[in-house]
Design a protein around this ligand. Sequence first.
Ligand SMILES: Cc1cc2nc3c(=O)[nH]c(=O)nc-3n(C[C@H](O)[C@H](O)[C@H](O)COP(=O)(O)OP(=O)(O)OC[C@H]3O[C@@H](n4cnc5c(N)ncnc54)[C@H](O)[C@@H]3O)c2cc1C
Length: 278
Amino acid sequence: MHPNVPAGLYRYIGPHGFVRVVDTMGDDRAIVRAARVTAQTTKQISSDRGLLRYLLRHHHGTPFEMCEICLHVRVPMDIWRQWIRHRTASVNEVSSRYGALTPEFASTDPEEWRTAAGRLRPGGTPGLFKQDAGKIFSIAERELWDNAEDAYRELLAAGVAPEMARKVLPLGTYTEAYWKIDLRNLLHFLELRLAPGAQAEIREYAEAIAKIVQEWVPLTWEAFKDYRLDAVTLTGPELRALRAGDWVCLSPGECKELDDKLEKINATQEILRTPTDS
Ligand SMILES: Cc1cc2nc3c(=O)[nH]c(=O)nc-3n(C[C@H](O)[C@H](O)[C@H](O)COP(=O)(O)OP(=O)(O)OC[C@H]3O[C@@H](n4cnc5c(N)ncnc54)[C@H](O)[C@@H]3O)c2cc1C
């Protein structure tokens, strides 16, 4: 267990969700030690920090598999459905088949309801509904959940098997799991789930996990931030379009993505774009 990541510390996400470290194995030094065994190039880099940065920059992933973390997480089912798509973790989830759940729901405050418009633009801020509309949605959500909870309890009270009764519970119900993953795959998870295009609710969990990673392996985190999170990667067609000063070869989707990248580079579009692509 690493001293910087105390086991048992709950990081709450909303009133009912959390992420808690159960255990860790390895740290920055374990990655460096493993890398130094493998190749002459890595031995020539004398500082641990320099070596870690070299490994990350050049996508040498296996040394990062020397570190593992086990998290205890409590997540609404709709978010868990996205989370569980990351296949490289080991998972043990609470059973709602052999025992009854105490259903708790991820409720939405009236000012939190997002509109569909703007949702798909990476980094775009989707609009929010006015509070009056939001209040109506939140009340409807609450009513649905109260009904679902009543139905669930009634089915159980009538002797229905929990594995069938659970069908009436909505996607906003929480599940709990132990989730163990190595650092290489955790960084991949974070890269996808911290991205502006990720759903805000899973991003909140990713942000909580990112803080844990930062405390656990600070040098790796620094390199990951520099070479992945804050990096801008250009595709072949994007590079060709920029060199030619003509974006006609790019699809509308690609043009939008390139726009976003240029914004990230902080270059004004006027400098890099030509009049042909308006
Ligand atoms: C913004 C966003 C939107 C999404 N939308 C959708 C959607 O609409 N529909 C949908 O179905 N999914 C969607 N996904 C899920 C997405 O397609 C991936 O399933 C998920 O992000 C897991 O990523 P992964 O497969 O790269 O990595 P993981 O499963 O975490 O695996 C990590 C890495 O291990 C390797 N790996 C794992 N398993 C295999 C394998 N069997 N063969 C070879 N290599 C393997 C790969 O290199 C992989 O990148 C979305 C994800 C994001 C982030």
